[in-house]
Each structure stands twice: as C-alpha cells, then as structure tokens.
Design a protein around this ligand. Structure first.
Ligand code: B12
Ligand code: SF4
Ligand code: SF4
Length: 417
C-alpha cells in the first residue's frame, strides 16, 4: 500500500516539475523575464523583520498594515501549496536625454515610473500566465498580485530564487540587476520550490554610502521617513533638510541602484510598454508649476508616478527650482505663493523664492508675511525671510549643501553611467 502511495506521489511531483519546466520555457513568450517557485510556508523570519521595522518607526505607511496577512499566505488564500514569483525588467537609460540648462531646468522621474504604469503591465503578464496554466490544469486556483497585494514581493522573490536581497533593500537578479518589477501568484498547485540565490554584495557598501539622507540605516534596512523616494510621494510640507536632498527628483529615487556595481551596463529595452518618453520622465520644471488637472492627466495619467495625484510632483518641481536657484521661475513661484489654495504649495514656493533671493523675492515674501493665514505656510515664509536677511533660520535655509541643482541634475539621474 505504502509503496503504491509513494509511487503515486512521485508521479504527481514529476508532473508538477514538468509543468514548472514548461512555464520556465514559456515565460519569455508571456513577457516575463524571470520566473521562480517558492513554498507557501509562513514567512516567519520576515515576520520578525516587519515587527522590528514597525517598532523602530521605519514603515512608510504604504505597506499592507496586517503583518500576519503579509507573512501567512494561508490567511489570504485557501490552501496555498506554492507561490510563483516573477520579474519583468525595465530600462535604466534614456537614449537621447534632453539637457537641463539654466533657464530650462529639468526634473527626473525615477526609472520604475518610466513608461506605462507597471501595475497594469505586470497584471497583463499575470493574466497571460494564469491562462497558460488554466489551459493545462483546468481546476487550478490562482491569485496574482503586484505591489499592492498583502505579500512582501521582495521576500517572495528572494525565497523563489529570483535574486538576492541587496544592502540597498532591492532584489538583485544575476541576469537583470535590480532593474526589475516583481509580482507573484499564490496557487493550490504544489510546484517544487527553487533554491535562493547566494547573496553577492560581499564587502561592498556603495549604496549605503551614496544614499543622500542616510535612510539606509543598515544592510537591507530602510528608515522610510528619510528615504527620498518616500518623501517625493508625500503631499504636505517637507523639512528644509529633505527639500535640499530631493535635488531635482520629481518622483522616486534611484541613487542606491544607480551606484550598484551589479547594475553596471544593465539597460533593458525589450519591453515595449516600459520604454520612456524623455520629455515626460525628464521634463522641464517650470511648466509643472501650476499645471492644470487635464494637462497633468494627459502627461502622467498612464505613469505609476501619478498614483498620488499631481500635488507631490508639482511641489517637488517647486523644490527643484529652488534647488537650482532659477531666477526665471520667480514670477511663477510668486503667483503660487499669492494665489494657490494649498498651504503646502504656498509654503514650498516661499522656500524656493527665498533660495532664489533678490529684491523681488524679498518683497513678495514680506507681503506674504502680512497675508498668510496658515501657520505652517507662514513659518516657511518667515524662515525664507530670515534666510534672505541672514538672520535666525538662515542656517536651516542655506544648509550645508552647495548649489544643489548643478550637482543633483545629472548625479541624481545617473545618466553619466
Ligand atoms: C512600501 C514600499 C516602499 C516604501 C518603503 C521601501 C522599503 N524598503 O521598505 C518606499 C516608498 C520608500 C519605497 C521605495 C522604493 N520602492 Co517600493 N515598495 C514598497 C512595498 C509596497 C512594500 C515594501 C515593504 O514591505 N517594506 C518593508 C521592508 C521590511 O520590506 P522589504 O524591503 O520589502 O524587505 C526586504 C529587505 O528589507 C530585506 N531586509 C529587511 N531587514 C533586513 C535585515 C537584513 C540584515 C537583511 C540582509 C535584509 C533585510 O529583506 C526583505 C526581503 O527581501 C513593495 C511592494 C510589496 N507589496 O512588497 C514595493 C517595492 C519593494 N518597491 C519597489 C521599488 C522599485 C521601489 C523603488 C526603487 C522606487 C523608486 N525608484 O523610488 C524605491 C526603492 C527604495 C529602497 N531602497 O527600498 C519594488 C522593488 C523591486 C526590487 N527589484 O526589489 C517593489 C517590490 C514593488 C514591485 N512590485 O516591484 N517602496
Ligand atoms: S531610494 Fe534614495 S533615499 Fe531611498 S534608500 Fe535609496 S538612495 Fe537612499
Ligand atoms: S551597491 Fe554594493 S552593497 Fe549595495 S546592493 Fe549593490 S552590491 Fe550590494
């Protein structure tokens, strides 16, 4: 009896192994660059990491809040037997980047938001994958997710042998570097698991050293509230220190990936939907100040960068103009200071006006000091005025950074590589 049962189990395992091999072979034709298989056991190590992360106040608030759901696949899927993880590679270089120059300064959208919104692209890949499996296993149950699902995409990818967990937090694949989006599918099919990739960071600490804010507090550990990527996605006031660190980033931050030697020479142009329009991902800053809803939607409506609406990108454009000290932006910034309904936009405009300086700037700030009714925006105005007159608050305004724009404009983009 036992021998017969063992033989049946072996045959079953062999048939899932065969399907797995078919899927690996079919992945490129489904638009998937790497596929890996993991057990659906609870992620107990990750649970401890997530609890510590929360206790230290390092969360961004964008994660699924229920840590049990994040680490126990059986809580979000009835009878999970394995998880299929996959990666889709995206470009890291602009073919003909428009130049950022005085009077025509530009900002940068980070690489993971170039091209079409990756959530849509990966969902289309996942439904092709589901169809492929369903044709062969009609009673298969599957649930796919990318980014917004409960599971920690990186932890699944790590377990499934997609890549190792780098000191910059990213999953780094030996083939595609870290320029990959991740998604996964929980299923009742017991696919045999893959083996994790060996960690290959070694003694390197380039990402930790290059992080502009010290947000990488240790290998693989990020204090999200200091991460520029997170800050560019917020909607409110930003501290003067972080405003300077934002440089000319309009959405997201790529610094800890651009400096990574494992990404050297890696630029992926084979996924048509993910290719960037240079004018959209490295846009002129000035037209973004006061941009209307329709114009914003036309330009960014299909990008992953639009998920928080236009306010963060508009605010970040104002910050970038302040960092570039772009005098030609003064009229547009003064208009925001005087007329914008959003206190965070008025306050940020005050900061940028203060950075640019000059008599026109000082007059506009003095007027705003009399008119401004929002306490936080008024505090920005007063700090900007103090900085202009070299009084209290000037240090915070001037900061230790040199003229930020010149350094950030290309360094932040990594286009020199
Ligand atoms: C919240 C979130 C953010 C937050 C917080 C990021 C963070 N590092 O925690 C913010 C807004 C800052 C952010 C930024 C970015 N994000 Co994000 N983000 C997420 C999200 C929704 C949850 C991440 C999470 O749970 N964080 C909590 C920490 C603990 O989890 P983790 O980083 O995923 O965990 C790994 C490491 O931290 C590591 N680890 C933790 N502790 C320790 C300790 C030691 C000793 C070691 C060695 C490792 C280690 O182990 C975990 C497993 O690999 C995921 C999607 C998802 N559902 O998982 C996308 C996701 C992680 N983001 C992604 C991307 C692309 C980015 C950005 C590059 C975007 C950009 N260009 O600006 C940056 C990168 C910033 C960075 N260095 O991590 C991709 C990552 C792809 C990849 N190749 O790794 C994901 C997976 C989305 C996707 N589906 O493709 N993101
Ligand atoms: S994304 Fe930028 S700010 Fe965040 S950890 Fe990486 S380098 Fe630091
Ligand atoms: S820069 Fe160095 S330490 Fe950081 S992820 Fe890349 S290889 Fe690892």
């Amino acid at each position: 009896m036992k021998a017969a049962a063992d033989a049946a189990a072996e045959t079953e395992t062999a048939s899932w192994q065969k399907l797995k091999e078919e899927l690996i072979a079919a992945a490129p034709s489904l638009g998937i660059d790497k596929i890996g298989f993991a057990s659906a056991e609870p992620f107990l190590e990750l649970k401890q990491i997530l609890l510590d992360h929360r206790a230290k106040g390092f969360e961004s608030g964008f994660e699924e809040p229920d840590i049990d759901k994040r680490t126990h696949p059986e809580l979000i899927f009835d009878g999970p037997r394995s998880i299929v993880s996959f990666a889709v590679a995206y470009p890291s270089k602009l073919a003909n980047p428009p130049r950022s120059e005085p009077g025509a300064y530009r900002g940068m959208i980070s690489r993971s938001s170039w091209g079409e919104d990756y959530h849509h692209v990966l969902r289309s890949r996942m439904s092709r994958l589901e169809d492929y499996i369903r044709e062969r296993v009609p009673d298969a149950r599957m649930e796919s997710m990318v980014d917004t699902g409960a599971l920690a995409d990186r932890a699944v990818a790590e377990r499934a042998g997609i890549g190792w967990s780098g000191k910059n937090c990213a999953i780094i694949t030996p083939e595609w570097g870290s320029w990959v989006y991740l998604g996964e599918m929980i299923t009742n099919i017991p696919f045999p698991p893959d083996v994790p990739v060996t960690e290959q960071c070694g003694d390197c600490t380039l990402c930790i050293d290059a992080c502009p804010t010290g947000a990488l507090v240790g290998p693989g550990q990020l204090n999200a509230s200091r991460c520029v990527s997170f800050v560019t996605q917020t909607k409110g006031f930003v501290s003067d220190e972080l405003k300077r660190k934002i440089g000319n980033r309009l959405y997201g931050c790529d610094t800890c990936q651009v400096v990574c030697p494992k990404n050297k020479g890696k630029n992926w142009t084979h996924q048509p939907e993910l290719q960037p329009d240079p004018e959209t991902v490295k846009p002129l800053l000035l037209p973004l100040v006061g941009i209307g809803n329709r114009a914003f939607k036309e330009r960014y409506g299909r990008s992953a960068a639009a998920w928080r609406g236009k306010k963060p990108i508009e605010r970040n454009a104002i910050i970038a103009l302040g960092n570039f000290r772009d005098a030609s932006a003064l009229p547009a910034l003064i208009e925001r200071l005087q007329r914008d309904e959003r206190p965070a936009i008025r306050g940020t405009a005050a900061w940028a006006i203060g950075r640019i300086g000059g008599e026109q700037a000082a007059a506009a700030l003095r007027e705003a000091q009399r008119e401004e009714r929002d306490a936080e925006a008024l505090a920005e105005v007063e700090r900007a005025l103090a900085a202009l007159s070299g009084g209290a608050g000037a240090d915070a305004q001037a900061g230790a950074e040199p003229v930020a724009g010149e350094r950030y404009s290309e360094a932040g983009t990594g286009e020199t590589r």
